[in-house]
Design a protein around this ligand. Structure first.
Ligand SMILES: Cc1cc2nc3c(=O)[nH]c(=O)nc-3n(C[C@H](O)[C@H](O)[C@H](O)COP(=O)(O)OP(=O)(O)OC[C@H]3O[C@@H](n4cnc5c(N)ncnc54)[C@H](O)[C@@H]3O)c2cc1C
Length: 382
C-alpha cells in the first residue's frame, strides 16, 4: 500500500464543497450510516447557495428537471422536519408574465413542456392574473400560473445545514481549501492548503460538489470537463409598502421578482456582471442594472418608487448541455460529482439525496445525470 493511501479508510466519504449540493449529499450519506467529513474553503453555503435569489420555482426550472424540483420543493417547504431549522421557505403562487405576442407563445410552450413533466402550470387570462396579483402592468397579455412556487431566504441555508450536519455527526471543516486529491486502490487522499496546518484527509470515497469550481476539482482527478461560469447580478430594494404577493418572472426568463415580509423586493433574472471563477463576482454592469430595474418596474409599476439598497453578484455553474452532473467521476473508482443543476437552489436538496442514495448502493428515487456524457464535449460558443 502506498504512503498516499495507507490510511484511506479514515472516512467512508469526504464531500468537497459545502453548498446546497454538498451539504445535502453529506447529510444523507451520514444518515445512511457512513462516517462523513464535509470540507469547504470558506463557511458553509456562502457562494451560490447562500447568495442566490431563493426562488423555489418550477416555471424557470428546465422541463426535464421538473420532477426533481417538485420533490425538492417539498423538502424546502418542510425544512424544519429534516434540517431541524428552516430557511423561511414561503409558499406563494408563481406567475410568468407575457407582454408581447412572442412572449405569449413562449408562456404556452413553457407551460406545456412543464405540465407534461407533472408541474401544475396553467395559462391564465390577464384578468385572472390581476386578481391574483393586482399590481401588474395593464399591458399584460397572458400569464403562466403555478400554485407550487415560492421563495426562501438563501442566506439562512448554511445555518440550517450546519445544524443538521452536526446532529447527523458529519465532521464539518470550514475555511479549509482543498488543493488536490491523490487517488489509489485504497481510496483518496485529500490535500488541504498549508495555511490550514492540517494533515491530509483520507477517505474511501470522495464527492466533488464545488459549484463553478467543479472544473478545477475534476481536473485534480484527470478529468477535463468545461463548466461555464455565469456571473449573476441581484438587486435588493429598501423596504417599501406591500406591492406584490407572488413570485413573478417574465416569459423570456430575464426577470425574477419577489417581496419579502420585511418589505424589501429582490430583483434578479440572470442579468450578468463582471467576474470569473478565480476572482469571483467583482463588478456590477450598470447597463444591466438599469435594464433589470426597468423590466421590474414595467411588470409591477409600483416598483418605480423603490430605491436600491444593495447589489451583489454570485457565480452559477452550467455544463455544455445545460443539464446537471450527478454520478460517478468517469474512470476514477469511488469518486462522485454532483452539481451544475439549472435552478440548482430549488432542486439542490433532492439532488444531494439521490447522489447519496447512489453512493449508499440504493436505487435513487429518480435517475442520475451521468457525467461521462460530457467528457470531451466542448462548451457551445467556446
Ligand atoms: C446570484 C444567483 C442567483 C440564483 N438564483 C437562484 C434562484 O432563485 N433559484 C434557484 O433555484 N437557483 C438559483 N441560483 C442557482 C443556485 O444558487 C445554484 O445552482 C446552487 O446554489 C449551486 O449549489 P452548489 O452546491 O452546486 O454550488 P455552491 O453553492 O457554489 O457551492 C460550492 C462550494 O464549493 C466550495 N469550494 C470551491 N472550491 C473549493 C476548494 N478548493 N476546496 C474546498 N471547497 C471549495 C465553495 O466555497 C462553495 O461553498 C442562483 C445562483 C446565483 C449565483
Amino acid at each position: 500500500m502506498s504512503n498516499a493511501t495507507h490510511n484511506a479508510t479514515a472516512y467512508d466519504a469526504i464531500v468537497i464543497g459545502g453548498g446546497v449540493m454538498g451539504c445535502s449529499t453529506a447529510l444523507h450519506l451520514a444518515q445512511g450510516g457512513m462516517r462523513v467529513a464535509l470540507v469547504d474553503r470558506g463557511p458553509l453555503c456562502r457562494e451560490a447557495s447562500g447568495v442566490n435569489a431563493g426562488t423555489l420555482t418550477l416555471h424557470m426550472t428546465r422541463a426535464a428537471l421538473v420532477p426533481y424540483a417538485m420533490r425538492a420543493w417539498q423538502m424546502w417547504m418542510n425544512a424544519e422536519k429534516w434540517l431541524g431549522m428552516g430557511v423561511l421557505a414561503t409558499h406563494v403562487p408563481g406567475l410568468t408574465l407575457a407582454f408581447t405576442e412572442a412572449e405569449c407563445e413562449l408562456v404556452e410552450l413553457r407551460a406545456k413542456a412543464r405540465r407534461e413533466q407533472g408541474a401544475p402550470i396553467e395559462v391564465i387570462t390577464p384578468e385572472r392574473a390581476r386578481v391574483i396579483e393586482p399590481g401588474l402592468h395593464p399591458g399584460l397579455l397572458k400569464a403562466g400560473y403555478c400554485g407550487m412556487d415560492g421563495f426562501a431566504s438563501a442566506y439562512l441555508t448554511g445555518r440550517a445545514f450546519g445544524h443538521a450536519l452536526k446532529l447527523a455527526g458529519v465532521e464539518v471543516l470550514e475555511n479549509a481549501p482543498v488543493e488536490g486529491i491523490a487517488s489509489g486502490d485504497a481510496g483518496h487522499v485529500i490535500r488541504l492548503a498549508a495555511a490550514t496546518g492540517r494533515a491530509p484527509l483520507h477517505a474511501r470515497r470522495v464527492v466533488l460538489a464545488g459549484g463553478v469550481w467543479l472544473e478545477n476539482m475534476l481536473a485534480w482527478l484527470g478529468v477535463q470537463m468545461p463548466i461555464k461560469v455565469l456571473i449573476n447580478q441581484l438587486i435588493i430594494t429598501e423596504r417599501i409598502r406591500p406591492v406584490m404577493r407572488t413570485v413573478l418572472s417574465v416569459a423570456n426568463g430575464l426577470l425574477s421578482l419577489k417581496q419579502f415580509a420585511n418589505g424589501t423586493v429582490l430583483i434578479g433574472g440572470g442579468w450578468q456582471g463582471e467576474g470569473d471563477r478565480e476572482r469571483g463576482g467583482v463588478e456590477v454592469r450598470p447597463q444591466n442594472l438599469v435594464g433589470n430595474m426597468r423590466l421590474a418596474a414595467y411588470a409591477v409599476p409600483a416598483l418605480a418608487e423603490a430605491r436600491i439598497a444593495r447589489i451583489w453578484l454570485g457565480l452559477e455553474a452550467e455544463t455544455a448541455d445545460a443539464m446537471p452532473i450527478i454520478g460517478d467521476v468517469p474512470g476514477v473508482p469511488q469518486a462522485y460529482v454532483v452539481g451544475s443543476a439549472h435552478s440548482g437552489y430549488t432542486s439542490g436538496p433532492f439532488m444531494g439525496r439521490i447522489m447519496a442514495q447512489h453512493i449508499l448502493g440504493q436505487q435513487p428515487d429518480l435517475p442520475l445525470f451521468d457525467p461521462a456524457r460530457l467528457v470531451g464535449m466542448p462548451m457551445p460558443g467556446a
